[in-house]
Design a protein around this ligand. Structure first.
Ligand code: ARG
Length: 629
């Protein structure tokens, strides 16, 4: 067998399905080679570790086990000696030898492991038989019982839903999809900013300038509402009487005054509908649970913090001082929990939200992991709130609490994204423009190729590609860096873009279709290949380009696991892009449709698995695919 291509990403995780089976065999080999140490280590709750990782270079095989080095000292033997003992044990192990060729000792005492061609082919066959999951396992029942919460999108009522919210929406949705695919019960929560001082200002202002907006649904549209909010804010900042009235209005609202409540509801309703239009367009599901939801729990937050002795009265405000975070003059920074006027703020609501999310049902969500997708500018807010929640004892020991930050969206000039006239860009306009540009490109291409297509087809393709391009451009960046929004770049047919990948998929599915016969694809929504059929197509590969593609395909499960853990969707994007490149090399250099009968079926099977993997991967990013374009 020939080594994989050098472009394979060097990660510790690779071919998880095989990795787990190999780990078991190595564990057993350690137990049998060093029974006393193994028993003692097990009794101490830390079984001997074979230290299995992906091979650092393709020349070394597929995996290497580095455990011998750490074992040498306690065993008082040389590392190579220890490696030889493990090697001897593995050579007696039938299941191991079904997976691997004879292991080799290398360097100071590494064991290099090379998978058998038949084992790799069997793995390919197993995935072909499972187009729904492609070898990605599902988490077990205990994990399913405790939800993972993804807090994303979360725009603010009566304020503009801006490109930062678009990033949060796209990234949050992709992460939620991956977590759902792994079998987690995911709560997709929209922590809408629907509470607090902005309503006091807005209601006071509207009462004076547009009272109908507070009593009649749809009297103003969101664009106006945003303008009204800006005016209200300007008045609030300039006019003390207005300030007092606005504050009183907040108190009335929070006290449940029916007139204020009704006005608030109308305003929320209106924004909600505008947000929903964007979500529908982007195919995003999201449950609204705005800041107002936590209003009844705010008092309890303060009481809890007080009871655990964390609360300090500082200049009239109730604060928790942060450990290890100091501001100017080295003074520790506080999280303000209750302001001197008795009001609560953004941080208090987030504390109430954390407390609720981890609390056992029915008093809370009983979450095992809570993920917040916002711009990096909120990093210190979350760091502070997380620390307070931890010290208050609201976070169960094994639970994960994570801020998933992302950088700013910038224009091509590197500055804040603006329209030509200098206004903030409306999301709707941005999506419209992506689709319009796609449509123009498509019409040009059809004219060049002399192709006639229906208007329906053109609209469908343009909409799918346009929205895919916006999403993919965002997801394919490492989210922590700032991101330059460029229609030209995201719509390019070459490079790491959605149009490129969508074309690649259409082309590969076309090859599979042309190949016809036994290797039916599920791309066209046909029935997945039955397991028995997959087994009956016995797969044989001989060329290095085939093996490179096989290995890249088999890495899919490891990539999904990495995204689940690290919450970086760009890992999946890079993987899919690399997959299409490895495929191209294979297809350019190895005959498929014109191959000998024996080779043809196996190669077509690789084409089909590539198409299935691209389709599933894009789906997990929230990107719809096309059959023709
Ligand atoms: N509404 C906030 C904003 O627009 C984002 C809320 C994020 N979620 C949270 N739990 N704080 O910046």
């Amino acid at each position: 067998m020939i080594a994989g291509c050098a472009c394979r990403p060097q990660s510790l995780l690779t071919m998880l399905s095989v990795f787990h089976r190999l780990s078991e065999r190595l564990q057993l080999a350690l137990d049998l080679s060093f029974p006393e140490q193994a028993a003692a280590a097990r009794a101490a709750g830390r079984p001997l570790d074979p230290q299995l990782v992906a091979a650092s270079k393709p020349e070394f095989g597929d995996f290497q086990a580095n455990g011998a080095l750490a074992l040498a000292k306690p065993l008082q033997r040389s590392p190579r000696d220890v490696a030889a003992a493990i090697q001897a044990q593995l050579l007696l192990d039938g299941p191991f030898l079904e997976l691997c060729l004879e292991p080799e000792i290398a360097g100071p005492g590494f064991l290099n492991l090379r998978l058998r061609p038949e084992a790799l082919a069997a793995e390919v066959a197993a995935r072909l038989a499972d187009p729904q999951r492609l070898g990605v396992p599902q988490v077990g029942a205990p994990a399913q019982a405790e939800p993972v919460i993804v807090d994303f999108s979360s725009p603010n009522i009566a304020k503009e839903m801006h490109v930062g919210h678009l990033r949060s929406t796209i990234i949050g949705d992709a992460l939620a999809r991956v977590l759902e695919f792994r079998g987690h019960q995911v709560l997709r929560l929209n922590h809408v900013g629907d509470w607090g001082t902005q309503f006091g200002m807005l209601i006071t202002h509207l009462k004076q300038v547009a009272p109908q907006a507070l009593t009649t649904a749809d009297a103003v549209d969101l664009g106006d509402l945003v303008a009204f909010y800006r005016q209200a804010k300007a008045r609030f900042d300039a006019d003390e009487t207005f300030q007092t009235t606005a504050r009183e209005e907040v108190v009335r609202l929070q006290g449940g005054d029916p007139v204020s409540r009704r006005a608030w509801q109308l305003l929320c309703e209106q924004s909600r509908r505008e947000f929903q239009a964007i979500y529908d367009r982007l195919d995003i599901r999201l449950a609204e649970r705005g800041e107002s939801f936590y209003n009844p729990y705010l008092e309890a937050v303060v009481a809890d913090l007080d009871a655990s002795g964390l609360l300090v009265l500082d200049e009239g405000a109730q604060c928790v001082f942060l450990e290890g975070v100091s501001g100017k003059e080295g003074k520790p920074l506080p999280v303000i929990v209750q302001k001197s006027d008795g009001g609560f703020n953004y941080a208090t609501t987030d504390l109430a939200a954390i407390r609720y999310r981890f609390a056992a049902p029915p008093a809370g969500d009983g979450a095992r992991r809570v993920i917040y997708v916002t711009d990096a500018g909120q990093a210190s807010h979350f760091a502070g709130v997380f620390q307070v929640a931890r010290r208050a004892g609201w976070i169960p020991a094994e639970a994960r609490l994570e801020h998933v930050p992302f950088g700013l969206v910038q224009g091509e000039d590197g500055k804040k994204l603006k329209t030509r006239s200098g206004d903030t860009v409306r999301l709707k306009d941005l999506l419209d423009e992506a689709v319009e540009r796609c449509e123009a490109d498509l019409r040009r291409r059809l004219a060049e190729e002399g192709r006639a297509e229906s208007e329906e087809f053109i609209r469908h393709v343009a909409t799918t590609v346009g929205l895919a391009a916006v999403k993919y451009a965002d997801l394919s960046q490492n989210r922590t860096t700032n991101y330059q929004f460029s229609f030209d770049r995201m719509l390019a047919l070459q490079g790491n873009t959605a149009p490129y990948l969508l074309y690649a998929l259409v082309r590969i599915a076309g090859i599979v279709r042309k190949g016809g016969d036994g290797v039916e694809t599920n791309i066209q929504g046909r029935q997945p290949l039955a397991a028995s059929t997959a087994e009956s197509v016995s797969l044989h590969f001989s060329e290095p380009q085939e093996w490179a593609l096989v290995r890249q395909l088999l890495d899919f499960d490891a990539v999904i696991a990495a995204v689940e853990d690290e919450l970086l969707p760009n890992r999946l994007c890079s993987y899919l892009f690399e997959l299409s490149q490895v495929f191209n090399r294979f297809y350019d250099q190895v005959p498929v449709l014109k191959a000998s009968l024996a080779a043809r079926d196996s190669r077509l099977a690789l084409c089909r698995l590539t198409a299935d993997t691209l389709k599933l991967g894009l789906g997990l990013l929230g990107i719809a695919t096309l059959e023709r374009m």
